[in-house]
Write a protein that binds this ligand. Structure first.
Ligand code: BES
Ligand code: ZN
Ligand code: ZN
Length: 468
């Protein structure tokens, strides 16, 4: 449990107001408080500690002007002095809440989740973990919701932040096993050379040069007869580029190349804890794209699980290779929906920047609903096109396709088109190309691994497959 959230404890109240109602609140205060606000040049935006007559802090006034932002508690969790705080929403009028399409429960939940996300610290290797300001909630439901979302996103973040030396395929495997045990799901895996016997040639080829042998991880959960949803996550535990080796700066952060797997596992945790009505399957090809005498090479032709042959144009376009075998397996069951998550291309972050996950889909209804969920859950994502004419850029002279193009132009699109070759036309499929990493600190988003887009996808799934 994140130490930053508590239940039913006393604390210093944080009073939320709409910034435009500041004067109204101000006129209700005693003269001391009015003067204090004046001398602090406080005009109703952000936080101000209010002194009691004896010099203690009687409460915090917190003015919000933008309720469209999810992270409404801003940086409070790390700027308020250590101690326990509670939430006072008595100043928010129902009329204004309705205007912003929000309920008090939704505001409390957003406040609590964003508080805990701001308080997140990756402290595995640091000397002392520090519990700072804590938020105590009154409402059990709100606490439970905040708890579930936070735990899921913390899981994704910590998996991403953990260095490759401690987060190899076997570590992802243990994480998935633990999840399966916690939620009474079924775990299975195919390890090392067994991948060849079981016909996952691409997962094997990409991962075979590593001492940490490649694996295909699988989790199943939920009622046998419920709608089948399959999540697939790119689990490249370190991406050196392979023989097409990356240069220093580009390799520096490649411990995060299992970010797709981390988001799939975080989302799976949330789905299971909220008991959505689905038959969930999670598939993670987990490999290290390493360099060794037996590494796969540019120019090699490798068969896929589906039978298509692929000429390796670039060993650094490895994510789509491990994903294509996993997608083939996902598709074989004809699920209701397949969603894959991957730190797939540098091109996607060039197109959208690092803070907006891109997605592609062969099913426009699902894409539209996802965009609506992104809007209502304030977790932005952006659709990119599966522009079919670009498929020809992947043409190989000697095999069914190449894994990458000569120019790299439209790189996120051509990567998605490559993946689309492995999904049947009549299977709904969504592909996320994401950064999984905050390059700058924003409220609720410390620098490091993150699961942007997870809440949007969960909102969509919850609407479509609500708990029974
Ligand atoms: N893991 C990278 C993509 C990546 C890089 C995501 C930086 C986020 C940040 C992927 O495996 C890769 O190296 N892709 C290449 C593909 C190219 C060789 C066609 C890329 O994007 O440069
Ligand atoms: Zn790569
Ligand atoms: Zn990669």
């Amino acid at each position: 449990m994140p130490a930053s959230l508590l239940l039913k404890q006393d604390g210093t109240p944080i009073t939320l107001i709409f910034t435009k109602n500041y004067q109204h609140w101000h006129s209700d205060q005693n003269e001391n408080v009015q003067n204090w606000c004046k001398h602090q040049h406080y005009l109703g935006s952000g936080a101000l500690s209010i002194p009691a007559a004896n010099g203690a802090i009687s409460g915090i006034i917190y003015g919000i002007d933008d309720f469209s932002d999810f992270y409404i508690s801003g940086v409070l969790a790390s700027t308020l002095v250590k101690g326990v705080y509670t939430l006072d929403l008595s100043q928010l009028s129902n009329a204004e809440l309705a205007e912003n399409n929000l309920s008090k429960t939704e505001i409390s939940t957003r406040f609590a989740i964003s508080w805990a996300l701001q308080a997140y610290q990756f402290d595995r290797y640091s000397k002392e973990a520090d519990v700072g300001a804590q938020l105590s909630l009154e409402d059990d439901h709100c606490y439970a919701q905040a708890h579930a979302f936070t735990e899921a996103i913390y899981l994704s973040r910590t998996l991403i932040n953990t260095p490759a030396s401690d987060m190899m395929p076997q570590n992802l495997s243990l994480t998935m096993q633990t999840l399966a045990e916690t939620f009474r799901g079924d775990f299975s895996e195919i390890v090392g050379d067994d991948l060849l016997d079981e016909n996952y040639p691409m997962v094997h080829a990409v991962g075979r040069a590593s001492e940490n042998v490649p694996r295909l991880l699988e989790l199943r959960w939920g009622h046998e007869n419920a709608p089948k949803i399959t999540l697939v996550g790119k689990g490249v535990c370190f991406d050196s580029g392979g023989l097409n080796i990356k240069t220093g700066g580009f390799m520096r952060n490649m411990k995060k190349d299992m970010g797709g797997a981390a988001v799939a596992l975080g989302l799976a945790k949330l789905i299971m804890s909220q008991e959505l009505n689905m038959r969930l399957r999670v598939l993670i090809p987990a490999v290290e794209n390493a360099i060794s005498a037996n590494a796969f090479r540019p120019g090699d032709v490798i068969a896929t699980r589906k039978g298509l042959t692929v000429e390796i144009d670039n060993t650094d376009a490895e994510g789509r290779l491990v994903l294509c075998d996993a997608l083939t397996e996902a598709d074989a069951e004809s699920p209701d929906l397949i969603i894959d998550f991957a730190t797939l291309t540098g091109a996607c972050r060039v197109a959208l920047g690092t803070e907006l996950p891109g997605f592609f889909s062969n099913d426009q209804n699902t894409a539209n609903s996802l965009m609506q969920s992104a809007q209502s859950s304030a977790d932005p994502i952006w659709q990119l096109p599966l522009h079919a004419p670009y498929q020809s850029m992947l043409k190989s002279h000697i095999a069914d396709t190449q894994n990458s193009t000569d120019t790299g132009l439209g790189g996120a699109i051509t990567a998605a088109l490559y993946l689309q070759l492995f999904v049947s036309k009549n299977t709904s499929w969504v592909h996320f190309d994401m950064m999984a990493w905050n390059t700058r600190a924003l409220p609720g988003r410390p620098i490091g691994g993150d699961a942007l887009g997870l809440r949007a996808v969960f909102d969509y799934l919850q609407q479509r497959y609500p708990a029974a």
